[in-house]
Design a protein around this ligand. Sequence first.
Ligand SMILES: O=C(O)c1ccccc1NCC(=O)[C@H](O)[C@H](O)COP(=O)(O)O
Length: 218
Amino acid sequence: MALTRTRIKVCGITRPEDAVAAADAGVDAIGLVFHRDSPRAVSPAQAALIARAVGPLVTVVALFVDAAEAAVQEVLAAAPVGLLQFHGAESAAACGRYHRPYLKALRMAPGLAVEAVAEGYDRASGILLDSFRPGVPGGTGEAFDWDRVPVALRSRLVLAGGLTPANVGDAIARVGPAAVDVSGGVEAAPGLKDATRIAAFVAAVRAADSKRQSGSKP
Ligand SMILES: O=C(O)c1ccccc1NCC(=O)[C@H](O)[C@H](O)COP(=O)(O)O
């Protein structure tokens, strides 16, 4: 049985007020980036403040890019993380080391055998597909060719990369992911989310869900 409500994650939150705006708009998860080179990087102490602001029932996702185990453990000790997200070249064994639910991000490099690679992460709660730009691990603001998404992956797919309030409805209609993930598309500037854009993104997702449901009725 397929989901009728596309889950929403807003990634790259750096301020408690943005986390509150996302929660108030009705998102399911917020992402915190623990990658030093990102304009959206937060410290474990900031993460604790943001997690407190967002309350108990919005999932806090901690995102790492090939991080040392100690760095991940430091974050887990500091903040109530509900889900890990591995956005680098981490193996399935490395992702499973923390005995926590996790998302594995795959960047859609040319020629990537998406389905085969995703199968190697069968313990992942979801597979996040993001755009590929050499040398940039994520948050590119660019969409990839959605026709490359394997149908078999949809039920555990988190679709990311260049989503905006303007294109997310089309993405849902064409791909039918379990969840969507947005960062740059709801920002006023890198790392600074915009409450109006977040609300517009959520509204566009809900409109697409309604359209899908009415379209699927006999
Ligand atoms: O957002 C970042 O700066 C970032 C840095 C390093 C690794 C991953 C990063 N973001 C990952 C995300 O989950 C983003 O939401 C995803 O890449 C989509 O970003 P965007 O295209 O800006 O919506």
